[in-house]
Unconditional design. Structure first.
Length: 754
């Protein structure tokens, strides 16, 4: 939201008052409070009829400084609030001097200057990361009586801003206005399903605006040397997060807001859907599954979209008896084939659903101020909205899902959750403006925690469309309703990269696009991209996405990349563990792995899958692709060719290939199976060696799969001169491979001469 007309003047109807200076600074126990009047106080009379902002600094965890700006402290706070962590025993250092007051948390300090103008610096390693300067901090009133608070933090020369949720425009947010407000807007506009008021830059810090309501960002737009964020409120809280690298920033941010949960191994396999409005019954579903098996296409999950329930009844959580007369038997037959089952749900209860009256009478649906149930027809006729601020309503809703799990359902696609009204009353009295964005957090949490509890091992998986800050704790999220074109494929990747910059560890998208039916070329190019994402799903709107519906080559491409992904589970399992333990996403913007390379700052058509694999999807019929390769000798995984990096490369690829490069200095563990993600990843594993330098000495970890449990298997790989030797205490067979030469381990050791 813009408040100015150019730099010098306010917009018509806007009346800003800027923090003039830190008139007084008071220390507390691990806190620092600055009092900032909106006019410099020079005489006693200057304190009268004057607005003053109270600015409190604290530190919930190391390397994070929290800033709370308040105009009127008596404003009603009805919630909800994002949940943030506090580090036990962490008390920041506070020093108040004559000229500067400082609060230090870990390696990050905030310095409040006590001079004749407003200046606050955030400092790490002796370097100012960003600052709040004159005309940065302000309270603004408009002619209609609304009050806004805004802060502006400086941007340096050649500093790039990333994140703010899953956004489908340019990954670098400089020059953009971004409104953090949930919307069901597809993937082709400035709207987003997953809005996260967090950004990071490539200069050592990130900023999390801790406000669930509408937060408007002006990123190097209203003031081109600053990032501005504003809210319509009497207080504004934000956290400045320091990290020496973008990975370190995400580690701190997810320590503050929650780490991605573990997901089941089976979820990494291929998901196949009935699609949305297609005709289907058990015979159709069985035909799809038989067709996959007949074509040797490994399948892990079958998903039933909306019409598993009767039309106009969404959601009643009852199988449509006209098409599924024996749901328990059908699910048992699917489970007997080794498949997991996912079904579509949303948080809406249609008026025709028998559950509508049950929920309304019990007070489980959101109500209008006059006490009537809030309803509308924009999706399903007369639908109401489950009030997840009511614990009894949440338990009622998840209880319906548990009945489906008793039948054999394993996961839920938690669709929607964006079109949340603001003219309503919530059970717990929450502020409707703040609940609009926050609603999906309560919705996904309720379903995910029920699945976790039912699993008995603390693991669960959703397929969710919308999210906000902290939503990374309840994976997996997919990219929403994109079109079936190369442009939409690129939009989806940009959305995934922005989401990765926002702390989300896993991410998926509809292979081939959702709206419309892709040309065979688009579908085949998208297959490689989709099967080199953390999670992979074939799903569409008006047509099915079984590969043979496109052409025979699509079947071959599906088989190739599905089996490739499954063989990489020893590697992907370790990468998924990093998402859970440190908040590092599986699909990574290039900046996360190469922060010192200025060429990667703006890349948005390629990514790293984990730390070792560079993926550059092909966005053309002809197969020509240009991509950037960082320095070193990289190896094409699919054909063994090597190329020198530190440059752009332009090549052409058939549908059965794409740029998939292995980073130099990589020991890539490849599994002995490629028919399922559920196997003993260490049993028969091959350690493939790529450009191992002399003096290399590292431990390669292959985590234990859920199928086997137990401890991870470690391999120590050492190069001394012309020999590479690997050792392990593993009792399972394993091999060492270099350039096609294989050596079987004997007595826990394998060696190869160069």
């Amino acid at each position: 939201m813009k408040f100015t007309d150019g730099y010098w003047q306010a917009r018509a109807g806007m009346h800003p008052q800027f923090a003039a200076h830190a008139y007084d600074v008071w220390p507390g126990e691990g806190t620092l409070t600055a009092y900032a009047p909106t006019k410099r106080i020079e005489t006693r009379g200057d304190v009268l009829n004057r607005t003053m902002l109270t600015v409190e600094y604290s530190a919930p965890i190391r390397d994070v400084v929290t800033v709370k700006v308040t105009q009127h402290a008596g404003a009603l706070d009805r919630g909800p609030h994002f949940e943030t962590a506090r580090e036990d025993g962490h008390v920041p250092d506070v020093v108040v001097g004559d000229d500067v007051a400082t609060l230090t948390s870990g390696d990050l300090s905030v310095r409040v200057h006590r001079g004749d103008h407003w200046q606050v610096d955030f400092v790490a390693g002796g370097r100012v990361l960003t600052s709040s300067l004159p005309k940065s901090l302000a309270v603004v009133t408009d002619d209609d009586g609304r009050t806004y608070l805004h802060e502006q933090l400086t941007l340096g020369v050649n500093e790039h801003v990333y994140g703010l949720g899953e956004r489908f425009g340019p990954v670098v947010k400089n020059g953009q206005t971004v409104d953090v407000w949930q919307a069901d807007g597809g993937t082709s506009s400035e709207q987003a399903y997953k809005n996260v008021p967090f950004y990071l830059t490539d200069k050592g810090y990130g900023v999390f605006v801790d406000q669930p309501e509408l937060v408007s960002f002006e990123v190097a737009s209203e003031v081109v040397s600053r990032t501005q964020f504003s809210v319509e409120a009497q207080s504004l809280t934000y956290h400045v997060i320091h990290g020496a690298t973008p990975k370190a920033i995400l580690e701190r941010y997810t320590a503050l807001t929650g780490r991605p949960a573990r997901v089941p191994d089976w979820s990494f396999g291929l998901w196949l859907s009935t699609s949305f409005t297609t005709e289907y019954d058990e015979a159709t579903v069985t035909g799809f599954i038989d067709g996959m098996a007949e074509r040797d296409l490994p399948l892990s999950v079958f998903h039933f979209d909306c019409y598993w329930m009767r039309e106009f009844n969404w959601c009643d959580f009852e199988w449509d008896p006209r098409t599924f007369p024996d749901p328990e038997g059908m699910l048992a037959r699917l489970k007997a084939r080794g498949l997991r089952v996912c079904v579509w749900i949303n948080p809406y209860i249609a008026q025709r659903s028998p559950l509508f009256r049950e929920a309304a009478d019990a007070g489980y649906l959101v109500r209008r101020p006059d006490g009537s149930v809030w309803q509308w027809d924009m999706w399903v006729a007369g639908m109401g909205l489950v009030d997840f601020t009511n614990p009894e309503a949440a338990a009622w809703y998840t209880g319906k899902l548990e009945r489906l799990m008793d039948m054999g359902v394993d996961a839920f696609k938690t669709d929607f959750g964006e079109r949340i009204p603001t003219d309503v009353v919530w059970h717990d009295g929450s502020d409707p403006a703040r609940m609009h964005n926050y609603y999906v957090q309560a919705y996904n949490r309720a379903v995910f925690e029920m699945l976790e509890r039912r699993s008995g091992v603390g693991e669960a998986v959703l397929f969710a469309r919308s999210a906000t800050a902290g939503g990374q704790q309840f994976p997996v999220h997919w990219g929403g309703d994109c079109f079936s074109t190369f442009s939409a494929m690129a939009e989806s990747l940009r959305g995934g990269l922005s989401l990765a910059f926002s702390g989300f560890g896993y991410w998926s998208h509809d292979i081939g696009g959702f709206e419309g039916t892709a040309e065979p070329a688009v579908f085949k190019r998208w297959l490689a991209f989709g099967l080199l994402s953390s999670h992979s799903r074939l799903h569409g709107s008006t047509s099915v996405r079984v590969p043979w519906a496109f052409d025979d080559e699509a079947v071959d491409v599906t088989r190739l990349f599905t089996r490739l992904k499954l063989s990489l589970m020893p590697y992907l399992g370790r990468v998924a563990g990093e998402a859970h333990a440190a908040g590092t996403p599986m699909a990574r913007p290039m900046l996360l792995e190469f922060p010192e390379d200025p060429a990667v700052a703006t890349l948005e058509t390629q990514y790293m899958l984990g730390d070792a694999l560079l993926v550059a999807p092909v966005f053309s019929h002809e197969g020509e692709v240009s991509y950037y390769v960082p320095a070193g000798t990289w190896t094409h995984l699919l054909d063994g060719r090597t190329l020198e990096g530190g440059r752009w490369v332009t090549e052409s690829y058939g549908f059965d290939s794409l740029p998939l490069l292995v980073r130099p200095g990589t020991v890539l563990p490849v599994g002995a199976r490629d028919d399922s993600p559920e196997y003993d990843w260490a049993d028969g594993v091959t350690l493939r060696l790529f450009e191992i330098p002399d003096g290399f000495d590292e431990v390669v970890v292959v985590p234990s799969s859920q199928a086997t449990g137990g401890e991870a298997t470690e391999f120590r790989v050492v190069r001394e001169g012309a020999e590479i030797r690997a050792t392990s205490s593993s009792v399972s067979p394993w091999r060492l491979e270099l350039g096609g030469r294989l050596v079987e381990a004997a007595s826990g050791t394998a060696a190869l001469a160069l």
